[in-house]
Design a protein around this ligand. Structure first.
Ligand code: ATP
Ligand code: MG
Length: 500
């Protein structure tokens, strides 16, 4: 007993006390044991939660993604410059989020909500978590208000309602982005907040979209959230959630929001890269097992809230790129099953000059019909069926020279409808123009006009109505119903125009 010195006891006690301190500390701070490729494995941080924001020594932030027995896996939201094994990491006890504010409108920001357009700071009004629970059944209301795209082929046959999720799907370079951008441009007078989320695109492509929006005075009511191809995979992964958090901020104020995710194929690829680096087990096409949840929890947040919950809405236009028109691939089928319909764009149509290249047979809108104005519903009439019959007959009669009259009529009508649905970029058509054109087509008033002249005819016809029949235009726009009397007025006016 006497061999133990007093000083020994003291030193043991001292080290015990010191170690005790570290032990309690490891729940709040941790040490990097491995870092690289934007992923850090951290020893400690025992109390950290999934999705929590942590801060590294250099001030860079990260999000906790993997929770293991002794370690946690963190994805970095910035450069790992200056971080080495042994560097300290501390909890922030905050969920990852973005600053939100109405001064975000008209700005281009990164996935963390920081401005990247050189127009100065954005004053934050609040901080919203990027991951948020979707509104429940009680908070929701059915979709009844239209979200006009201004694209006649979509508004007439595949109408979109506020609160709906409509997928835009097609091969590369088929006009997917153009449809989304045109829809944003068409919201000028609609009092809709627009958010365009660019994921994994070239920075130059994003710049082009920003300049298109600026040119059409559409940037003022739009936020562009950009995580381009050169950004870290974790930033590309969180970008759509950040955009949705901003959308929720406006929805909570009772506003209608339109959000475009361009595109979710690249989003899934970024998530796959991140998951593989986090050593999560790969599944089909090397995507992790929860890739379905990745998109379902994102798109579930689109909703139309009932009045008691503020009455706002989020309409989502996710975009998916297919390979050789294959809609049955893994990611396309997943997203098709989550959304309320899809606009299917086809390369063949696009190259044949039918733009927007909407495939009428494969496109569908499952809830928008209820939101379509009565006038549009009546005006579009049998358009879809006529076009489907036309397509069938077109293939059928390709090689036969002799056609009976009814077949010839059907083909003539179909050819003119196809021509009528062509629409140049950034030229959204207001409701009344769409209705006048559809009524004249349905009443077979285009049949005696050569196909080549349809384009000029429709422009002149609209001019004629604007000059002479402003009363008809006003009635369509205010009443939004198409009475038989109004139809006959439009028919008479069109005949009058033709006789000149
Ligand atoms: P990516 O796969 O590269 O993202 P995308 O499917 O988004 O392509 P867009 O970028 O929208 O396609 O359009 C491709 C090209 O087609 C663009 O040059 C665009 O100007 C043109 N384009 C798209 N829609 C129309 C249209 N309605 N009329 C004329 N040109 C169009
Ligand atoms: Mg695109």
């Amino acid at each position: 007993m006497s061999s133990i010195k007093q000083s020994d006891i003291i030193s043991v006690l001292k080290s015990e006390i010191e170690n005790y301190d570290i032990k309690t500390n490891v729940s709040e701070t941790g040490t990097i044991i491995q870092i690289g490729d934007g992923i850090a494995t951290i020893y400690g941080l025992e109390n950290a939660m999934y999705g929590e924001l942590v801060e590294f020594e250099t001030g860079v932030h990260g999000i906790v993604q993997n929770l293991e027995m002794k370690t946690v896996g963190v994805v970095l939201l910035g450069s790992d410059y200056g971080l080495v094994e042994g560097s300290k990491v501390t909890r922030t006890k905050k969920r990852a989020g973005v600053p939100v504010s109405s001064s975000l409108l008209g700005r281009v920001v990164d996935a963390l909500g920081k401005p990247i357009d050189g127009k100065g700071n954005i004053e934050a009004e609040d901080y919203y978590p990027i991951e948020n629970e979707a509104p429940g059944v009680v908070a929701r209301k059915s979709v009844t208000v239209p979200m006009q795209t201004g694209i006649i082929a979509i508004d007439s046959m595949f109408p979109i309602g506020r609160g709906q999720r409509e997928l835009i799907i097609g091969d590369r370079q088929t006009g997917k982005t153009s449809i989304a951008v045109d829809t944003i441009i068409n919201q000028k007078k609609e009092n809709v907040v627009c958010i365009y989320v660019a994921i994994g695109q070239k920075a130059s492509t994003v710049a082009k979209i920003v300049s298109t929006l600026t040119k059409h005075n559409a940037l003022d009511y739009t936020i562009v959230v950009a995580a381009s191809a050169s950004d870290l995979a974790p930033l590309q992964y969180i970008a759509p959630y950040s955009g949705t958090a901003m959308a929720e901020y406006f929805m909570k104020q009772g506003k209608d929001v339109l959000i475009v995710y361009d595109d979710l194929s690249k989003h899934a690829v970024a998530y796959r890269a991140m998951s593989l680096l986090l050593k999560r087990p790969p599944g089909r096409e090397a995507y992790p097992g929860d890739v379905f949840y990745l998109h379902s929890r994102l798109l579930e947040r689109s909703a139309r809230l009932s009045e008691e919950y503020g009455g706002g809405s989020i309409t989502a236009l996710p975009i998916i790129e297919t390979l050789a028109g294959d809609v049955s691939a893994y990611i396309p089928t997943n997203v098709i099953s989550i959304t309320d319909g899809q606009i299917f764009l086809e390369s063949e149509l696009f190259f044949a000059g039918i733009r927007p290249a909407v495939n009428v047979g494969l496109s569908v809108s499952r809830v928008g019909g209820a939101a379509q104005t009565k006038a549009m519903k009546k005006a579009s009439g049998s358009l879809r069926i006529d076009l489907a019959q036309f397509r069938e007959m077109e293939i059928f009669t390709q090689f036969s020279a002799e056609l009976d009259k009814s077949t010839k009529d059907l083909l003539d009508h179909g050819n003119r409808l196809v021509e009528l649905l062509k629409q140049p970029l950034s030229k959204p058509l207001p409701l009344h123009e769409q209705i006048i054109l559809l009524v004249s087509a349905n009443n077979k008033l285009l049949l005696d006009i050569p196909v080549k002249e349809i384009k000029k005819f429709r422009n002149d016809l609209i001019d004629y109505f604007e000059n002479k029949y402003i009363n008809i235009i006003e009635e369509i726009n205010t009443e939004k119903v198409l009475t038989d009397e109004l139809i006959s007025q439009i028919v008479e006016a069109t005949k009058e125009f033709k006789s000149r």
